[in-house]
Ligand binder design. Sequence first.
Ligand SMILES: C[S@@+](CC[C@H](N)C(=O)[O-])C[C@H]1O[C@@H](n2cnc3c(N)ncnc32)[C@H](O)[C@@H]1O
Length: 212
Amino acid sequence: MFGDPKLEAYINEHSTQEDELLQELNRQTHLKMLNPRMISGHLQGRFLEMLSRMIKPARILEIGTYTGYSAICLGRGLVPGGVLHTIEINDEIKDFARDFFRRAGLGKSIIQHTGNAIDIIGRLNDSFDLVFIDGDKAEYPDYLTMVRPKLNAGGFLIADNVLWNNKVVNKANLSDPSTAGIDSFNKKISTDRAMETVILPVRDGLLMARKL
Ligand SMILES: C[S@@+](CC[C@H](N)C(=O)[O-])C[C@H]1O[C@@H](n2cnc3c(N)ncnc32)[C@H](O)[C@@H]1O
């Protein structure tokens, strides 16, 4: 993550350890799933949990469930009775994630939607205190268009992979749809006068925005 294994080990040692359930989710994802590198993992998950506990959201929207790691971390910050909607296009991982949501005590507060995020967001009749974007990188600008009106004033939006392995800084990479999507999303949100935005170089880049 930081290019220096000693530094990474030090950071891990001095951050609260991953609990048994998340450790198992991480392990099972690596054993059974394709592209296990997509999982948020320990440090980013801990950071998302910390943010969610600070925000204390009643309604969360997540785009890109995968095996459920980030949903569990974010869901831990929900106020009692709060709900997290999470969208995943791949229906083969739905039951895998559901089992971990139940074991995390979040079975009733996490609602899974299967299908294309663009279609599903349009059908969600709700507004959100916290949105986490982690789906198809080429579609980030469209996700922003769809979720912006559904984000409450004072609400927060977090987007993962906004540096895309540092490809965003090189114009030659813009022919790649994922890099172009992320770059366009970063430009769109950082010039939006109704949004206050900061990019943190955590892992592959985490963007945080607050709707004014
Ligand atoms: C990086 S992974 C999500 C990781 C997860 N948030 C975590 O932190 O563990 C991205 C997920 O988005 C899903 N995805 C891709 N395109 C999508 C779309 N158009 N609609 C919904 N989900 C999509 C992929 O199938 C994949 O599981």
